[in-house]
Design a binder for this molecule. Structure first.
Ligand SMILES: [Zn+2]
Ligand SMILES: [Zn+2]
Length: 292
């Protein structure tokens, strides 16, 4: 890969980046930023719930990407000119876009370098998640759900199911005692005695999600360690790809990726490189002429 020939010198060595989070995400983000960039992460604990919650009390306005960007801008605004670098992450959970029966976690990590004047974000789609929800009518059914949700290492949210306000809500439940208390109270508040239970997806209560954020943080730190060969701005890496891998038999340009495009976050310098798997010709099976 062309990337290997690039100079890897951390432009962020010794610097401090502000991470806007309410849920201790530096646990996952700080280690790769330290080991790859020698940059330290300082948490800015803000009430990001104002931008939307997973459990639906506050609807998220705009996309997950907007939300992640706003968290970064928030820190830069509130903390003033001394802060040059801001980071924030945002997750979305739901059915996999191609395999709808499979729940998945899509994480976005957003970075703003105010000093150099660029934004960079990466995302990661992972099937590695315990994301789930259901309604139950017995303690046994609740326990069965809890087991599949990796409770108690992973937190749960419990509330009455059939009351208009659906309150009270018990969040971040991480012990059997708390679960039992939440179950009893929710049952009292529910006319049908039905309880709503869901996995708590906030990073602090969800080690699996924390791990996915860590993998993404590692990719972002790696990307920030790559400098543009032309202007030396950090963040050099893949910005696109071009279709048209030629068919091995007839040469027709198929829909498969022909090459990948690397680019700079600041200047217009671009380079192309071959596919990561080294393929230069497509199997005729993918060709609309040979295999219509
Ligand atoms: Zn450049
Ligand atoms: Zn062909």
């Amino acid at each position: 890969m062309a990337e290997r020939t690039l100079k890897r010198l951390s432009a962020y060595s010794g610097s401090c980046m502000i991470l806007t989070t309410k849920h201790a995400k530096s646990i996952a983000i700080a280690p790769p930023f330290w080991s790859r960039l020698e940059a330290s992460i300082l948490e800015y604990v803000a009430d990001t719930d104002q931008l939307g919650t997973f459990s639906g009390e506050v609807e998220r306005s705009g996309s997950a990407l907007d939300c992640a960007r706003r968290k970064c801008e928030w820190a830069l605004e509130k903390l003033g000119d001394k802060v040059d670098y801001a980071l924030a992450s945002e997750g979305s959970f739901g059915p996999h876009p191609f395999l709808p029966y499979l729940p998945c976690d899509e994480e976005i990590l957003y970075f703003i370098d105010r000093k150099r004047g660029f934004h960079l974000h990466l995302s990661q789609l992972s099937e590695q998640t315990n994301y789930n929800m259901t309604q139950v009518q017995s303690w046994e059914a609740l326990l069965a759900f809890a087991r599949t949700a990796q409770f108690p290492s992973h937190g749960l949210i419990v509330r009455p199911n059939d009351r208009a306000t659906q309150e009270p809500v018990f969040k971040g439940i991480q012990s059997k005692n708390e679960l039992e208390a939440a179950y009893e109270v929710s049952r009292l508040y529910s006319e049908q005695g039905t309880i709503w239970v869901e996995t708590d997806m906030r990073a602090k209560f969800n080690p699996t999600r924390m791990q996915v954020i860590g993998q993404l943080a590692d990719r972002l730190a790696d990307r920030l360690s790559c400098l543009c060969p032309s202007c030396h701005t950090p963040g050099w890496g893949k910005v696109g790809s071009e279709k048209g891998l030629p068919c091995r038999r007839c040469g027709y340009e198929t829909e498969l990726t022909k090459y990948e495009i690397d680019g700079c976050v600041l200047c217009t310098y671009r380079t192309i490189r071959g596919r990561p798997d080294g393929l230069t010709q497509a199997d005729p099976g993918y060709c609309p002429v040979c295999n219509p």
